[in-house]
Design a protein around this ligand. Structure first.
Ligand code: ZN
Length: 137
């Protein structure tokens, strides 16, 4: 096993290896492969295999500069989607927690969460950033 790992390390030297995009592609392959299996779609199956081939190609590629640029591009959008999702999941959790007594709005300017009492009619909400907006509570 030691010898195998050593040989693997030697083989992978100077190659891109597994990065964030590589993991993303593998997850995409896994999802597409499952959908193609259950829907019996050979087109999806071919796309899934193409994704896997691209992932392996990137894994073994020696053009690290180009592969890193691809990875940076992917990670930039991945982080944006992830932070958007986290923000909205948090907001939904907070809204559910206070839903009987309060409403939570996001300030349109600075995106801070603002909690206002429920059932007071139209309220002018003033954020600490100085922005004002009107909402029905
Ligand atoms: Zn604000």
């Amino acid at each position: 096993m030691q010898g195998f790992l050593y040989k693997l390390k030697q083989f992978m030297y100077g190659r891109n290896g597994l990065d964030g995009l590589g993991i993303g592609l593998f997850v995409l392959y896994f999802i597409l492969n499952n959908i193609s299996y259950y829907s019996r779609s050979w087109i999806l199956n071919i796309i899934a295999i193409a994704v896997l081939v691209f992932m392996i190609f990137r894994l073994l590629s020696a053009n690290i500069v180009k592969r890193r640029a691809e990875n940076d591009f992917f990670m930039y959008y991945f982080r944006r989607v992830r932070s958007w999702y986290t923000r909205h999941a948090d907001l939904a959790k907070d809204r559910a927690r206070v839903k009987d007594t309060h409403k939570i709005y996001l300030c349109p300017k600075c995106k801070r969460k603002l909690k206002v009492p429920k059932g007071r009619g139209k309220l002018e909400i003033k954020c600490i950033c100085g922005n004002k907006f009107t909402k029905r509570t």
